[in-house]
Design a protein around this ligand. Structure first.
Ligand code: DX5
Ligand code: ZN
Length: 323
């Protein structure tokens, strides 16, 4: 876990496409929290990039979460390919001319985070009917299709804070993403609008710039924006004041969470960077406040061993013989 509140999803759209694996490893070394993958079909947007086959290969290169951003006309037709490719979250556009509910459901049923994105001209109200099915709201602050365009501040002002209301059903784990024109000039403003994940493309690939420094700067500026713009001067609680007590498949993590919370210790159950299980769903982090770590260990270390063993037995039983 990094420090602070804001997270950076590195977009590889402006990287050297002859070696995307190296580009992703570079983002990982530089401290990116996620990889943002822009899929374009030359139809929904006037540009073409890559599809699920490429993502499947990239999956092997990094353990970082992969956020797919589908700018394609028929997400429903390809959704299972993107799920099988190992995306951790899949976001597509509400403007597509096909029903979005079945696609959102397919993503969620596969245990991945589901998101809707919207073009700058589309009102946020277009997402309201689907709010209960959303884990991610991705606000585009440029016209989708290309990196390196100018940030649309009016769109950010109008949509970013209200986007949070669409995620009311998720007190923990719901995310507002901002995509388009994010750099050291615009990070503070979006942080002050409460954004959780900043998608950063071209700003990371400027020749001669240190990518790690760029990412640290953008996160720090976003957190500063949050502190002074939205949080009455109070610094955000760094996520690393929460420590991971166990990494378990979702069902086990849920049960363990309930047991720990029954004793009055608050628990955050978060989709982490943990191992990907045979069912394609990553382990969840069972997180407790650092101040309660010792107490949690006192009470629950034995149970943790039992859960970890049960999870491993389950993984074994799920593995296909011979694979
Ligand atoms: C644009 C893509 C963005 C793009 C952002 O359609 O969705 O993810 O990579 O690039 P910058 O950060 O340069 O605006
Ligand atoms: Zn994008």
């Amino acid at each position: 876990m990094g420090t602070g509140r804001a997270r950076v999803a590195a977009s590889i759209l402006d990287a050297d496409f002859s070696n995307l694996g190296a580009a992703i490893r570079r983002c990982e070394k530089a401290g990116a929290d996620r990889i943002h993958l822009d899929v374009m079909d030359g139809h929904f947007v006037p540009n073409l990039t890559f599809g699920a086959t490429t993502i499947k290969s990239l999956r092997r290169v990094t353990r970082l979460p992969l956020d797919a951003h589908l700018m394609i006309s028929e997400p429903g037709r390809f959704i299972h390919e993107f799920i099988d490719a190992g995306c951790d979250s899949i976001t597509f556009h509400v403007e597509v001319e096909e029903p979005v509910v079945p696609t959102l459901r397919a993503i969620r049923e596969a245990g991945r985070a589901a998101g809707l994105s919207l073009r700058p001209a589309t009102p946020l109200s277009a997402l309201e009917p689907y709010a209960p099915l959303l884990d991610i709201v991705m606000v585009m602050t440029v016209e989708p299709g290309f990196g390196g365009q100018e940030f649309m501040k009016d769109v950010a002002r109008e949509k970013l804070l209200p986007a949070r209301d669409l995620l009311k059903h998720k007190p923990v784990g719901g995310e507002v993403h901002v995509d388009g024109g994010i750099n050291r000039e615009t990070a503070e403003y979006t942080g002050a609008q409460g954004v959780d994940v900043l998608v950063v493309g071209s700003a990371l690939w400027i020749k001669g710039h240190d990518m790690g420094r760029e990412i640290r700067l953008i996160k720090a500026l976003a957190d500063e924006g949050f502190q002074y713009g939205l949080n009455a001067g109070v610094p955000p609680i760094p996520r690393d004041q929460w420590v991971s007590f166990a990494r378990l498949p979702k069902a086990y993590a849920k049960r363990f969470t309930d047991e720990i919370e029954a004793g009055g210790i608050p628990v955050l159950m978060l989709r982490g960077n943990g191992q990907i299980n045979p069912d394609g769903i990553r382990d969840y982090e069972v997180m407790v406040p650092a101040s309660a770590e010792a107490l949690t260990a006192d009470r629950h270390a034995d149970t943790r061993e039992r859960y970890l063993a049960a999870a491993e037995a389950w993984r074994e039983s799920q593995r296909q013989p011979g694979s």
